[in-house]
Design a protein around this ligand. Sequence first.
Ligand SMILES: Nc1nc2c(ncn2[C@@H]2O[C@H](COP(=O)(O)OP(=O)(O)OP(=O)(O)O)[C@@H](O)[C@H]2O)c(=O)[nH]1
Ligand SMILES: [Mg+2]
Length: 460
Amino acid sequence: MVYGNTVAAVSTPYGKGGIAVIRITGDRAVETASRCFRPFGPFQLSDAPSGKTVYGEVIEDGNVIDDGIAVVFRAPRSYTGEDTVEISCHGGILVTRNVLAAVLSAGADPAGPGEFTRRAFVSGKLSLTEAEAIADIIDARTDSMLRLSRQNASGRLSGRIEEIYQGIVQLIASVYALIDYPEEDLSDIPAGKIREEIERFHGEITGLLTTYRAGRAIVSGVETTICGRTNVGKSSVYNRLVGTDRAIVSDVEGTTRDLLYETVEFGNVTLNLCDTAGIRDSDDTVEKIGIERAAERALSSELLLAVFDGSDNLTDDDELVIGKLAGIPQERKIALINKCDMKPGACREKIKKAFMHTVEISARTGEGFDRLRSVIGDIYLEGGINVDETPIIYNARQYAAVKKAAESIKNAMDALESGFSPDVVSVDLELALEALGECDGRSVSEDVVESIFSRFCVGK
Ligand SMILES: Nc1nc2c(ncn2[C@@H]2O[C@H](COP(=O)(O)OP(=O)(O)OP(=O)(O)O)[C@@H](O)[C@H]2O)c(=O)[nH]1
Ligand SMILES: [Mg+2]
């Protein structure tokens, strides 16, 4: 893609709306817009100050297509960092298409997916981490996702990574000073302190890495399966978490057969929930398939909510469920002792032995769900990571880059430990720097940039 040419696209969603916005960006944005937009007032677009709205009409071949408002944003004070004009017109499908056609015939090329944001990245307005966060703002399905992506879009994570990056730059300079002038203490960091500093950066980077679990739980969601024998109230728990009567609930054993999926926000964590068929020894062909699928899904998911009927005694089918889940680490399963609105049966002792996390709930009254929320929060948000204040990694690409940096720093630490010369240490530190540079796009390949911006829609 060649930058510098002037491109345009509709930046609002396709469809009927109050208004639509056509965005034009590039060196000749103002000139192009002036050819197809005739102001009613005294201001020509070419003289309009940045941010001033100009009322006028869109024309093509002398015909008026629509009236609307144009705003000129002059470089670098625009979204893309280039000269940009935004024309707001009436939000009809046809009228919007015609306004775009007028802009294209006035000399703009059609913009590709994410091209405006990509230009912002190329002109240094945004780091790659911030650009990715903008795509996440658009994709956000829950309030927590939105809060997190907004923070990263405004540079919280990039800022933190930049601090560490600059710290390592200084460290490398000191190591080089040590190599070049071993007799003199010319560096900012004294020779005796270098090891300490490397350890400090290692601690900071690993600290950042640990936020990934929380970040992923918020943004991608935790694959969660509700399992248990028939009639314990799995679908009732599912419905309460989803907030609607999504699954059929009945006192007939074996009601649910297919897997049902919903994504819900529970506390700050996103759960990709799956309701499953009750596990029991069944002769019914269809139910058997459902049970197989339930077991498969349960074993492959990240979090299991194993439901038991707290008003009943433990049955053979419950024991079967406990047996199937025995190999799953305690951090990945929670026993929900349901129907606590009823007189308790004798099942708790064995359940508490088999599960580290148990929560008494009633899917009927909603009791115990606050406690469940805090148990899940403790597991995935490290007991209360502050989503609003902590820089959090939630994206696999950024995680991989920071992890690579942590490994290189660890190698530098080990090299120092085994008595290698400072130049060996500096090579590892350089590698750490390069890995961190991948996060914000400083040292990233064109292919990676391409794949990131292909996530965006045309017009963003
Ligand atoms: N009292 C009481 N009854 C409940 C509670 N949760 C579920 N039930 C009842 O238990 C019965 C079974 O509920 P479901 O949610 O269909 O149970 P399930 O585990 O999905 O059952 P299958 O799909 O057949 O495996 C229904 O009659 C529910 O109304 C609860 O918390 N308290
Ligand atoms: Mg069910």
